[in-house]
Design a protein around this ligand. Structure first.
Ligand code: UN1
Length: 514
């Protein structure tokens, strides 16, 4: 393991760096006097003090969004796509600065931050294409002279709650698609990553200002914690909500929004597993597993947390993983040599330690997991933890948002698949194998019950083209990709009778007396 603090800009420098990055995007520096303190996980320094939105402001925000929707739904979809094209061009142009901002505010290494900005660019391209493809089907009517078809229309105001770990990408998946679908938007970013939100929203506002047809309040940002999220969930004029975060938060939003029949797209917790079978390409599996488990410091919803190794390879492959994890470089996320940046905050560290303690009590052998105090200012840096478990105990079935990889042996593939499925969550899963039978079984109806089922790649790093989301307590929502644009529109089924007769469906006779 290599530690590095070679990149550490101390204290106030991070704040100055952020202000400079925002200026390079043509945006004002952040407020400093508000009560919402934004700290950099890199070194613990204060980046901004933002003015939070109050629950009393929400009515005004929503009524502006309703007005914006009324204008935007009249704009043809391909013209709506033009706005996303302009926004995407700006993001492309400012990719390095945006990535840097993400690293400083969220702590992910620059390579991953660049990847996150690329996800935003990719979904913009996707949404521009989609703006010319949204369309319904014509279906065969059972009645002569009848035309049966589906029409897709904008829904209304779209509220989006995003998490700290993907402070830009998750918003962009939902928002870019929803905007071409004709909705207006309100974004509540995580209180831990509001500056990234203000930067991306600022670039979108610049694109809106250049677009004669786009209304000014098309996509508004609200800042604050759970109370603001609840106010959005309860507001009768918000037609669709997309929430990314914990399962408990999703349940809370579903409870509130469900009673008013709002549509809710949930992308919640995950406790993802991989299976390594005896035929696997172990060098490939090793790199994929380390990136999935310890990339983003274990703070992706797609992070690999549970690893099932066939008993014939368990001892040797576990040792290879432990050795390779020790080669990983931990430190300042802007240092190009670094693989693992800081945890988001002290709470994340406490939860990690509590999980490791429980793992020990449940028979686990922990390698790593210690804190590297003083590495960069007050940032929370830890060694990744590999935990050899005798079985899939209670703590292993819980989602801990930290770089912890539990390793367990298995004898038969059916047993490993059952273990893969034996958590409340169902987001992502992988199998490493060169045996086509094993690969197909894992993807079959008897295989993994997750929304993402991979072969010979890790659990994280999904592309934007495929539908993203998971089953069971992960919430069932598909945020973007494939046909998930349908989540952002209302469907009308239409039957037109162009005959002179009135045959009823199902052959029902209903004749009036002459
Ligand atoms: C998340 O962690 O909420 O598949 C999203 C991935 C990324 C997105 C993760 N494309 O890992």
């Amino acid at each position: 393991m290599t530690l590095t603090n070679s990149f550490a800009p101390a204290g106030a420098d991070s704040a100055r760096h952020v202000a400079g990055l925002l200026a390079s995007l043509g945006l004002d520096g952040p407020d400093v006097n508000g009560s919402l303190a934004v700290r950099s996980p890199v070194d613990g320094s204060l980046l901004a003090g933002l003015e939070p939105t109050t629950a009393a402001d929400i009515d005004g925000v929503v009524s502006r969004a309703v007005q914006a929707f009324d204008a935007w739904r009249r704009v043809p979809a391909p013209a709506r796509g033009e706005l996303i094209r302009r926004f995407g061009d700006r993001v492309r142009m400012h990719k390095p600065a945006l990535a840097r901002l993400i690293s400083l505010e969220n702590g992910k290494i620059e390579q991953e931050a660049l990847g996150e900005v690329q996800e935003v660019i990719d979904i913009c391209d996707y949404a521009v294409g989609l703006s010319r493809q949204i369309g319904g089907r014509t279906l065969p009517s059972e009645r002569p002279g009848h035309h049966l078809s589906e029409h897709w229309h904008p829904m209304g105001v779209f509220g989006l709650v995003s998490a700290f770990n993907f402070p830009a990408a998750v918003w962009s998946w939902g928002m870019a698609v929803s905007l071409v679908c004709g909705n207006s938007g309100i974004w509540k970013p995580s209180e831990k990553a509001p500056l990234t939100a203000l930067a991306f929203a600022g670039l979108l506002d610049q694109a809106i200002a250049e677009d004669a047809q786009a209304p000014a309040d098309l996509m508004q940002v609200v800042l604050g914690g759970a109370a603001i999220g609840r106010a959005l969930a309860e507001h009768p004029d918000i037609a669709i909500l997309s929430v990314t975060g914990s399962t408990a938060m999703g349940q809370d939003v579903l409870g509130r929004a469900g009673t008013r029949f709002a549509r809710v797209i949930c992308e919640l917790g995950g406790n993802n597993a991989a299976i390594v079978t005896p035929s696997a390409d172990l060098a490939l599996a090793l790199r994929a597993i380390l990136f999935s488990a310890f990339g983003t410091a274990g703070q992706r919803c797609t992070t690999l947390r549970r690893l099932f190794l066939h008993q014939s390879i368990r001892a040797t492959f576990t040792q290879r993983l432990i050795d390779a994890a020790q080669q990983m470089c931990i430190g300042h996320p802007l240092d190009p040599a670094v693989h693992i940046g800081p945890l988001i905050d002290e709470r994340a560290f406490e939860r990690m330690q509590a999980a490791l303690d429980q793992a020990r009590q449940q028979g686990g052998r922990v390698h790593g997991g210690e804190r590297l105090a003083g590495l960069v200012g007050d940032g929370v840096y830890v060694l990744p933890a590999i935990v050899e478990m005798p079985a899939q105990t209670a703590i292993v079935r819980e989602e801990t948002f930290a770089p912890i990889l539990y390793i367990m042996p298995y004898a038969e593939l059916d047993e490993a698949v059952l273990l893969n499925n034996a958590t409340p969550y169902g987001l992502s899963s992988s199998i490493f194998t060169q045996d086509i039978r094993e690969a197909e079984y894992f993807q079959s109806a008897l295989g993994s019950d997750c929304g993402i089922v991979n072969v010979n790649i890790g659990t994280s790093g999904a592309e934007i083209g495929g539908a993203f989301g998971g089953n069971k307590a992960t919430g069932g929502g598909r945020v973007a990709g494939s046909d998930s644009w349908k989540n952002y529109m209302r469907r009308a089924t239409s039957t037109v009778n162009f005959s002179g007769a009135l045959p009823l469906a199902q052959g029902i006779r209903f004749e009036l007396p002459e």
